[in-house]
Design a protein around this ligand. Structure first.
Ligand code: CTP
Ligand code: ZN
Length: 153
């Protein structure tokens, strides 16, 4: 049974996010805010040829655009995006790190205007990133922070 191939049903139409760093799938669904949009299948800790273990997400009948899928870079920069139409992968897309992130991440500084004033949404500039972490700077209070799952709104 150890070599049993993993199976999540193929989809007819929608977006497949593949090669997700292990255990990031649920946080990525939070970031994409797609919970209400369609039928979502999630695989966690699947065996992979390319990476050690991977997660996978399939969102039926939703075509995520590049701006949306680039947000996945915050948690899993080596994921691949597959757009499926009529059962065929019509686009295989890499993700690029966005330059700015609006909303999505909470500023860790309790005195930041985004935490003290209700109508102020957050904005961060991506300062630098590598395989291990992504560092953001708050546009408003200039506090620098790595992307931590607990900061995802
Ligand atoms: N997929 C799907 N439904 C389809 C077609 C593909 O869910 N109708 C999924 C596959 O299960 C796979 C991903 O989309 O997880 C990419 O499919 P494909 O390009 O056929 O697979 P690979 O060649 O293995 O992709 P890669 O080279 O990116 O690993
Ligand atoms: Zn701030």
């Amino acid at each position: 049974m150890n070599d049993r191939p993993y199976k999540v049903f193929k989809i007819d139409n929608g977006t497949v996010i593949d090669h997700i760093s292990s255990r990031m799938a649920l946080k990525i669904i939070d970031i994409l805010k797609v919970q209400e949009q369609g039928i979502i299948s999630i695989g966690i800790n699947f065996n992979s040829k390319k990476i050690d273990k991977k997660d996978i997400i399939k969102i039926e009948n939703v075509y995520l655009d590049k701006k949306e899928t680039d947000l996945i870079a915050l948690l899993s920069p080596n994921s691949t995006i597959n757009i499926v139409k009529d059962g065929i992968v019509i686009e295989k897309r890499k993700i690029d790190m966005p330059k700015e992130i609006e909303g999505i991440i909470k500023c860790p500084n309790p005195m930041c205007v985004t935490n003290t004033y209700h109508d102020c949404s957050t904005k961060f500039i991506v300062v630098r990133y590598d395989e291990a972490s992504t560092i953001l700077r708050c546009y408003y209070c200039e506090r620098e922070t790595p992307v931590l799952p607990m900061l995802i709104q």
